[in-house]
Design a protein around this ligand. Sequence first.
Ligand code: KG4
Ligand code: ZN
Length: 355
Amino acid sequence: MRTTVGNSTKKSARILGIETSCDETGLAIFDNERGLLAETLYSQASLHREYGGVVPELASRDHIRKVLPLLRQTLTDAGLRPQDLDGVAYTAGPGLAGALLVGAALGRGLAWALDIPAVGVHHMEGHLLSPMLANPDLRMPFAALLVSGGHTQLLKAEAIGRYHLLGDCLDDAAGEAFDKTAKLLGLGYPGGADLARLAEHGQAGRFVFPKPMTSRPGMDFSFSGLKTHVLHKVEEYRSQGRLDEQTRADIALAFQVAIVDTLVIKCSRAIEATGVSDLVIAGGVSANAMLRTALDDWGSSHGVHIHRPELRWCTDNGAMIAYAGCQRILAGASEGLTIRIRPRWPITELPALSG
Ligand code: KG4
Ligand code: ZN
C-alpha cells in the first residue's frame, strides 16, 4: 500500500518519535499503514513537585536516565528491532535547551547508526496534528487553538508546515495560569488537572472573574491579570481566616470559567475570521473537561466541528512527535548530521511540506 502526503506518493514508514522538550520523556513508533505500534511515557512531575515548577537541569538529567530504557521498552512492545525503523523524529524545539538536546542527540545518533533519515519536529506542530492520530481523515484548512503550559495560540492551518498565526499570548499561557493559580490555592505542580478537580465542588456564581481581553477586538490572550485577580481574592479571604475548602473550590471554579469563556470567545472570532468550519483544540489544557464541553456545545450550536486529541495525547507524548515526523519523512524531509535544537522556534517559521 502507498500513502499520499502533500502531492507525493510514498511508501510505508515506521517512525520512532522522541519527546524530551520539558518534563515528560515520551517515545513511540508510528507506522503510516498500521498506525501507532507502541508508546511509552515517563512523567517527571513528582521530581519537580517539591520545587513548584520544572527545574531545567534536573529535567535533562532525568531524560538521560529514562530515555534508553524507554526506547528498548517501546521497541519490545512494538515487536521491532532498531533496524526495522525507517526514520527517527525528535522534538527540536521549542523547549528547554538541555532537555531537547537529550532527545536530539539520541535521535540523530540512532538515525546515523541505522543510516535512516532523522527530522527535528516542532513540539507545537506535534500537538496541532495530534487529533490525526485517532482521526487520520481530518483535513486542512482548519482553525486551531493550541493551549499548553508554554503556549496559547490561535492559528489557521493551511497545510502541514503552513500556519498563519491569528492570536498569541502576551504573557502567561493558559496552562501556566492554571499552574500558578493552582499553587496559590495550595495545590501541587503541575496544577491544571488538580485545579479542575477542585473546581468540580465549586458553587457557580459566588465569584465572577474578568475574562481578559474579550471586551476589545482581536485574538491575543493575556492571563497574568486574571492570576493576579485570584491572588488578591485568596489574600483577602486568607487574611480574614475565611479561606476554607469551599471558598478555594469556588475560586477555582470562577478562575476556570473565566479561562474557558475567554478561550471560547476567541475561538469563535477565529472561526469568523477564517471562514473554516473545523476547529482543532490541542495541548495540555485541551484535557480540561469544562473546556471540552464548552467548545463542543458552542460548536454544535454554530455548525463548527471540534476536533481534539484523545485524552492521553493532550499532554506531552512521543506519539504526536512520531506522527508529525512521519508526515515530514514521507514527504522526503531529512536533516544533515548536525544535532540542531531550537529552544525558541515560532511555529510560523516551519518548512512547509514540499512533497
Ligand atoms: O502540552 P503540555 O503537556 O506541556 C507543554 O507543552 O507545556 O501542557 C501542560 C499544561 C500544564 O500547564 C498543565 O497544568 C495543563 O497542561 N493541564 C491542564 C489539564 N491537564 C493538563 N489544565 C487544565 N485542565 C486540565 N485537565
Ligand atoms: Zn506540550
